[in-house]
Each structure stands twice: as structure tokens, then as C-alpha cells.
Ligand binder design. Structure first.
Ligand code: MN
Length: 200
């Protein structure tokens, strides 16, 4: 069973002006499609063809870097599209909202730590909000790594992820990564993040 590229859960221009349509189209149809195709090519003819993506991530250190990068890219972007929505933004809701306030004292304090993780990740990578043994932690990772990988320095279940590769923002924001990070708060789908929190 090959992995499939799910369609974006909204139109390319649905997150304007925060995420521009051209970037969304290229990011999904070229980058995410590329990770998906390369993941399928990497597992073809191996025992991993019948494995789930999270099973692959949980043993990724035993396999070549090409599988690591493409399995991570496949999983990470699927999360990324779904934690955003044209109806997003505002304050976190439900159990995850309570947990964020309990952990950081306020939503603003959480925003500050997550934004700092996104802005200071050098080069290409991701910022994450992770549920780890029932607690929330903020971390970041290089390239297409994520906290589901068996050799991740901070492990757990990502419930919010922000892509800070230049391909995610350069067309619209050029070198201004902090502006892109600030815009992300306007599109976060907290209902979806809350569901991930409850199920993690
Ligand atoms: Mn990306």
C-alpha cells in the first residue's frame, strides 16, 4: 500500500493574507507531493511497504537518511495543513487551552516560547508543541525530523507544528521569518489541536 498525498483541507488561497496562495500550492503540490513520492520509492520492495507511517518513524534510525527525510516530510506536512484553518486563530480552546495556561501561566507566555523556538531554529526545520507523558513541551527539530522519531532528543506526540523551511515563507515574507511566525497565530485550528491533545 503506497502512501497517498491527501488534498489540502481548504483552498490554496483560504489562508490569505497570512499564508499566500502561491506558496500553499507549491508547498502542497510540489514539496509535500515530493516527500510522498520519495517515501513510496524508498519503501518499495522492502518490509516497510506494509508499515504505518508512525511505525516507520519509530524505527527510522535503522534506515538510510533518504527514508528519514521523506517519511518525516510526509508526516510533518500532513499535520501542518490540518493545524491551520481559514476559521483559525484566537486563543486555544478546550482541554489543550487549559493545559497551555497551566503549563505556561498564560497563552502569551506559551506564544513567546513557541515563537522563539521557531525563530531560533537555524536553517531548515520545525517548531513543535508536543504532548510527552501527559505534559506539554515546546521543542524544535532540524530538517524533516520530528519527535516521533526513535532517536529524537525530545520525544512525544506533536500536536502543533510550524514549518520554518524557507520554502514555507520565502515567496511572501522573503527573509522575514519572524513575520511569518507571527502570522501563523492567525490561522491555527485550535479545535483540531485540542482533538490531537485529547487523543495523544
Ligand atoms: Mn515544508
Amino acid at each position: 500500500m503506497a502512501f497517498e498525498l491527501a488534498p489540502l483541507p481548504y483552498a490554496f488561497d483560504a489562508l490569505e493574507p497570512h499564508m499566500d496562495a502561491r506558496t500553499m500550492e507549491i508547498h502542497h503540490d510540489k514539496h509535500h507531493a515530493g516527500y510522498t513520492n520519495n517515501l513510496n520509492a524508498a519503501i518499495e520492495g522492502t518490509a516497510l511497504v506494509s508499515a504505518g507511517i508512525e511505525d516507520i518513524l519509530a524505527q527510522v534510525s535503522k534506515h538510510p537518511a533518504g527514508l528519514r527525510n521523506n517519511a518525516g516530510g510526509y508526516w510533518n506536512h500532513h499535520l501542518f495543513w490540518n493545524v491551520m484553518s481559514p476559521k483559525g486563530g484566537g486563543e486555544p480552546v478546550g482541554e489543550v487551552g487549559d493545559a497551555i495556561k497551566k503549563t505556561w501561566g498564560s497563552f502569551d507566555a506559551f506564544k513567546e516560547e513557541f515563537s522563539a523556538a521557531a525563530k531560533t531554529r537555524f536553517g531548515s526545520g520545525w517548531a513543535w508543541l508536543v504532548k510527552q507523558d501527559g505534559n506539554l513541551v515546546v521543542t524544535s527539530s532540524p530538517n524533516q525530523d520530528n519527535p516521533l522519531m526513535d532517536d529524537a532528543p525530545v520525544k512525544g506526540t506533536p500536536i502543533l507544528g510550524l514549518d520554518v523551511w524557507e520554502h514555507a515563507y520565502y515567496l511572501h515574507y522573503q527573509n522575514r521569518r519572524p513575520d511569518y511566525v507571527a502570522a501563523f497565530w492567525n490561522v491555527i485550528n485550535w479545535d483540531y489541536v485540542n482533538e490531537l491533545y485529547k487523543n495523544a
